[in-house]
Design a protein around this ligand. Structure first.
Ligand SMILES: [Zn+2]
Length: 165
């Protein structure tokens, strides 16, 4: 989404060069407005048959499509807390983090760019059922995956199943 107004004062932003970079400038604040990537978390849960858990999204963007469980960090939350909270909300599973898969970057919807922190998780307890922002939930074989709209999630899943992570 393109930023049009200054988040500080509400003045309409104008393009202006800063060195070689074309940026947005606020004439009200007399300052450049910087846009930076926003972190999000995504979780990888495999069952005993090495199938991967996906949720069917109940909210935009990509409502009705299958993705990894994912979400934004609350302001004072650590990413490790966010992923456990999001997993619980969307899948009803209590998990513990096994490892960080890696960091992935892609263009976003609400934000221009997001950095996805991907974690593998072990299920401690609970039965998988869709909740909160998810309308369905299922384990998928790697050979039988639905089309996944988020590029970063496709990369994460590929890295997991091709053993690169
Ligand atoms: Zn301003």
């Amino acid at each position: 989404m393109k930023l049009r107004y200054c988040p500080q004062c509400g003045e309409e932003l104008v393009p202006k060069k800063e060195g070689d970079s074309e940026r947005l400038f606020c004439r009200g604040c007399n300052e450049f407005v910087y846009e930076n990537p926003v972190p999000v978390v995504a979780g990888v849960i495999l069952d005993k048959e090495k199938r991967i858990l996906l949720i069917k999204r109940g909210v935009e963007p990509c409502k009705g499509r299958w993705t990894l469980p994912t979400g934004f960090l609350e302001i004072d939350e650590k990413p490790e807390e966010t992923i456990l909270r999001e997993i619980k909300e969307e899948t009803n599973l209590d998990c513990r983090i096994r490892s960080l898969v890696g960091l992935y970057q892609q263009r976003g919807w609400r934000y221009k760019s997001v950095i996805v922190l991907a974690y593998t998780l072990d299920v401690l307890k609970g039965e998988a059922k869709a909740g909160d922002d998810a309308v369905d939930i299922r384990y998928f074989d790697y050979k039988d995956l639905p089309e996944i709209p988020f590029k970063s999630h496709r990369e994460i899943i590929k890295d997991i199943f091709q053993g690169k992570r």
